[in-house]
Design a protein around this ligand. Structure first.
Ligand code: GDP
Ligand code: ZN
Length: 332
């Protein structure tokens, strides 16, 4: 199922954090009652659950329990039961391990600023769509003169595909439209290279979290026994942002060639005239709607070339992994 970028799944909006108050485990909650809540913070061996009445409570969990921020749960005594998820976001760590980052997100904010590489925008958009999150692009540092050129070029490439938010986390100009977008009840997370201003943006949106700006290595240099905390923040005007320090600096998981063919930004307008083959990779297949659009000029040659380069790269990786798989298969 493909989700159009500008529409999101309807999901009942969760409780505003403003009303939350802290209680200890021994307080108020009757031991035999089952209560539903939302995981709003993850501390490794415990999670913080926000209940419908605004009460927050810390519940101990096993280190690899698999619960993440954004999970809807029921709590009976000390036992957490997880409700089915609508979406799951994963990340790849420096050693190639894959970790679940957050659940039930609606949108993925791709943050760009001058001098940051723009090559990963296509990949991030495809990743988001493949896991049913609607991607949007934030162009930060619009207070700097050099950002204007970046805004123009990104607008040309992506305006028909995803919402774009040129803004400045420092001066707060342009922040209102993004707040309004999230305010429609969207739950999101920011990704982007170090230095583009993700911490500054989170600070601008959620002043109470007070993240260190420009301290790009603080999470990595934390003591070995300190657990990275993921948190979910409700915004004043509606919507929520998840802050996951480990995710902000690390990579998205790999995309498949099939994901790329199905979700490449810029191919949406040709989606109506579907290709003859359902699994068409738009390379040289007969009856390909994308190749026809390139020939008619509605898809720029340049974008198509970018697509083919990415497709080559991903297919080569897939081939390499298949070979590796063959080699490690034990011989009978
Ligand atoms: P992160 O690594 O993506 O979390 O980026 P930070 O939020 O730590 O910001 C990196 C640097 O960019 C810091 O020096 C910020 O002060 C600066 N910065 C962030 N947002 C803006 C902005 O809107 N305008 C300008 N001029 N600088 C910004
Ligand atoms: Zn095709």
């Amino acid at each position: 199922m493909q989700i159009t970028d500008f529409t999101i799944k309807t999901r009942s909006y969760v409780f505003p954090l403003k009303r939350a108050r802290d209680i200890t485990t021994s307080d108020a909650i009757e031991s035999d009652s089952i209560t539903s809540g939302l995981i709003v913070a993850h501390h490794g061996i415990s999670v913080e659950v926000l209940f419908a009445d605004g009460v927050r409570r810390t519940v101990r969990v096993k280190r690899n329990s698999g619960h993440v921020v954004g999970d809807n749960v029921t709590v009976k005594e000390e036992v957490l039961t997880r409700m089915p998820r609508t979406t799951e976001l994963r990340r790849r760590d420096a050693r190639g391990g894959i970790h679940l980052v957050a659940a039930n997100l609606d949108v993925l904010g791709i943050v760009i600023a001058p001098l940051s590489p723009t090559g990963f925008i296509d990949r991030a958009i495809v990743t988001a769509r493949a896991i049913h999150l609607a991607p949007f692009v934030v162009i930060n540092k619009c207070d700097l003169a050099e950002t204007a050129e970046l805004v123009t070029s990104l607008h040309e490439t992506y305006a028909g595909s995803v919402p774009l938010f040129p803004l400045s986390a420092t001066t707060r100009s342009g922040l209102a439209s993004l707040l309004e977008f999230l305010g429609a009840g969207r739950r999101g997370v920011f990704v982007g290279n170090t230095g583009v201003g993700k911490s500054s943006l989170l600070n601008a949106f959620c002043p109470h979290i007070d993240l260190q700006v420009g301290e790009t290595s603080d999470y990595k240099s934390m003591g070995r026994h300190t657990t990275t905390v993921s948190t979910l923040h409700a915004l004043e005007g509606g919507g929520e942002l998840v802050d996951t320090p480990g995710f902000r600096d690390f990579g998205l998981v790999d995309i498949s060639a099939q994901d790329l063919a199905a979700h490449f930004p810029g191919f949406e307008n040709s989606a109506g005239e579907t290709c003859r083959f359902r699994n068409c990779r738009h390379r040289s297949e007969p009856g390909c709607a994308i190749i026809a659009s390139v020939q008619q000029g509605s898809i720029k040659e340049e974008r198509y070339a970018t697509y083919l380069n990415m497709l080559d790269e991903i297919e080569a990786d897939e081939e390499k992994n298949r070979d590796k798989g063959r080699r490690i298969t034990p011989q009978k």
